[in-house]
Design a protein around this ligand. Structure first.
Ligand SMILES: NC(=O)c1ccc[n+]([C@@H]2O[C@H](COP(=O)([O-])OP(=O)(O)OC[C@H]3O[C@@H](n4cnc5c(N)ncnc54)[C@H](OP(=O)(O)O)[C@@H]3O)[C@@H](O)[C@H]2O)c1
Length: 255
């Protein structure tokens, strides 16, 4: 099923000032909050997650609240290379993105010495290779457009404080997030002359499904909207300014 909300003002997409924003893992948590803030500010969305129920529920909510924008959403599993490429090409069939948010990720706690066999492979494919392959699929078209002097592009990679500091029980998750940060830093260097900004986002603990039934009644950890607001702010600077890293922690520090 393809969910589509398109108004007559949006043809071709993006030429009315609304940017085209791709977000992976947008059905819940931080990805959903990022989708909400871009939607609230009049931008068009291209979304995926694996499960279709939560994804289409999110789209329905957003369409109801922000009827003037275009939203396209479809399930893809970005832990698989062929689905990353299919998702990127599906997005390109509608528009060249102005902004790509590589957000999809999975937290599997463990330690190198005892996590189940295959954990590293699974964490690398979801947390690192997804960003690499989706980016490689859409980037040439983004570069073509910026070299023609049209706008600038922006890629956000959802790293973590686990990309910056090792900690016990980080295991394959932390390894994959260090690697994602390596990808993001390399991309930043490569894209400097191409008018495409690259921002690495490093949140500490954020309340989301990956925290299960965590009781945040004392407001110990952050809200997904905190991360979304920082990303949106970074997307609003002049073409000559690039926020390279966003590091954001709970006020009381890491857990
Ligand atoms: N929450 C935190 O404390 C925290 C801290 C630092 C960094 N992060 C990072 O922030 C990102 C979002 O995390 P979150 O806490 O918002 O998690 P979440 O609430 O579990 O949401 C994850 C989103 O990604 C999607 N997703 C997962 N695997 C996918 C795949 N293979 N293909 C496509 N979509 C996939 C999920 O939908 P489906 O399950 O339906 O696919 C969901 O929409 C992750 O990269 C995470 O590592 C989170």
């Amino acid at each position: 099923m393809l969910v589509n909300q398109q108004t007559s003002e949006h043809s071709p997409l993006g030429e009315d000032g609304g940017k085209n924003v791709i977000i992976t893992g947008a059905s819940k948590g931080i990805g959903k909050a990022i989708a909400e803030i871009f939607a609230a500010n009049g931008h068009n969305l291209f979304l995926c997650s694996r499960g279709e129920v939560a994804l289409y529920k999110t789209v329905e909510e957003l369409i109801t609240r922000f009827p003037a924008i275009t939203i396209k959403a479809r399930p893809f599993d970005v832990s698989k290379k062929e689905e990353c490429i299919a998702f990127g090409n599906w997005c390109l069939s509608f528009a060249v993105p102005d902004i790509l948010v590589n957000n999809a990720g999975l937290f599997e706690p463990g330690s190198v010495y005892n996590e189940p066999d295959g954990t590293l492979e699974s964490q690398l494919s979801t947390n690192l290779l997804s960003a690499y392959h989706v980016t490689r699929t859409v980037l040439p078209k983004m570069m073509e457009r910026t070299s023609a002097g049209k706008n600038s592009g922006h890629i956000f990679n959802m790293c973590s404080i686990a990309s910056l500091h090792a900690y016990a029980n980080g295991g394959a998750y932390s390894i994959s997030k260090f690697a994602l940060y390596g990808f993001s830093k390399n991309l930043r260097e490569e894209m400097k002359p191409h008018g495409i900004k690259v921002t690495s986002v490093h949140p500490g603990a954020v309340l989301s499904d990956s925290w299960g039934n965590y009781d945040n009644s004392t407001k110990r950890i952050m809200e997904a909207g905190d991360i979304a607001r920082m990303i949106y702010a970074a997307s609003q600077l002049s073409t000559q300014a690039c926020v390279e890293d966003i590091v954001i922690r709970p006020q009381l520090g890491d857990l």
